[in-house]
Design a protein around this ligand. Structure first.
Ligand SMILES: C[S@@+](CC[C@H](N)C(=O)[O-])C[C@H]1O[C@@H](n2cnc3c(N)ncnc32)[C@H](O)[C@@H]1O
Length: 273
């Protein structure tokens, strides 16, 4: 499985549960290749993946909506944005900077511009930039991004990405965030905690990636402990939750009985001090 296929899968999951994810545009990305892939993932890893990704989207949808409403606009800087579509649900006074690998960015930019012209999407101020986080320095990333951010405050989102990075690159990105943001700005991020490694479902996920890595598209599988987020230079931990807790609020009828039976990701909101 290549990394861009994970971005298509996540987007398709959100389209299955629009009432939970609040992403009414995710379905634009649905395609036969991803539709063919998903039943095998749900069967061999976990049947709950679609609702969990929809819950994750809902959490950040709510956090960002309230941040931008309170501040009457601002900029969403989305690191590893994949096919996420938050910007079309926010008001016009929110600008967005999307950062991902070149193949994703080129494809997304073209599609979004076409769909906007055809009236399938509302018009929004979006800038696209191709950066590989593993191969760029803090200074390079900051120099590229700073001129693109025209409205403050800034909400930085990095969702579904840390798993694919190593710790060195993760540390580097927090230095980038700190250089771009001012006090009061927020970072929303997602990780697996190390205790998830002990669950059978996580081992099935790793096995799935190992046995379906047909192209040698190499990536890490990082987990990060809670203490990491308590000790980031210049950031205070504002909020922490996980998908199991979110399921009780936004999907009370789903059949998850215990957090160890699901690929339970933890969400953090951090505030620049
Ligand atoms: C599972 S997808 C999540 C996409 C999106 N954030 C979402 O939640 O829908 C992971 C994304 O991270 C991006 N990514 C992974 N490693 C990266 C790297 N080294 N540099 C830039 N982007 C990367 C992938 O291209 C992909 O779009």
């Amino acid at each position: 499985m290549q990394i861009h296929e994970t971005a298509f899968a996540v987007s398709t999951y959100r389209s299955y549960h629009e009432d939970v994810s609040k992403d009414i545009y995710a379905k634009l990305w649905n395609n036969p290749a991803t539709d063919a892939l998903i039943p095998h993932i749900l069967k061999s890893v976990s049947e709950h993946e679609a609702i969990l990704h929809s819950l994750r989207n809902r959490f950040f949808y709510e956090s960002m909506t309230s941040f931008f409403e309170k501040n009457n606009g601002g900029t969403l800087v989305n690191f590893g944005s994949g096919f996420s579509m938050y910007q079309f649900s926010f008001s016009k006074n929110v600008s967005t900077v999307e950062i991902d690998k070149k193949d994703i960015i080129d494809y997304k930019k073209e599609k979004i511009e076409n769909w906007t012209r055809e009236g399938k999407l509302p018009s929004r101020d979006i800038q696209y930039i191709a950066i590989d986080f593993n191969h760029s320095s803090v200074e390079n990333i900051v120099d590229f991004l700073r001129p693109m951010i025209k409205t403050e405050p800034i909400f930085i989102l990095i969702e579904g990405v840390f798993f694919f990075l190593d710790r060195k690159t993760t540390d580097k990105l927090f230095k980038v965030f700190s250089a771009l943001q001012k006090p009061g700005d927020l970072v929303g991020c997602v990780t697996y905690l190390p205790e998830v490694e002990n669950t059978e479902v996580y081992q099935r996920l790793l096995h799935y990636f190992d046995s379906n890595n047909d192209t040698n598209d190499s990536f890490n599988h990082q987990t990060i402990p809670h203490s990491y987020f308590q000790n980031i230079d210049q950031y205070a931990l504002l909020e922490k939750t996980d998908e199991f807790e979110l399921s009780k609020i936004y999907a009370p009828n789903c059949t998850i009985k215990d957090k160890t039976e699901i690929l339970n990701e933890t969400m953090y909101v951090l505030q620049k001090m």
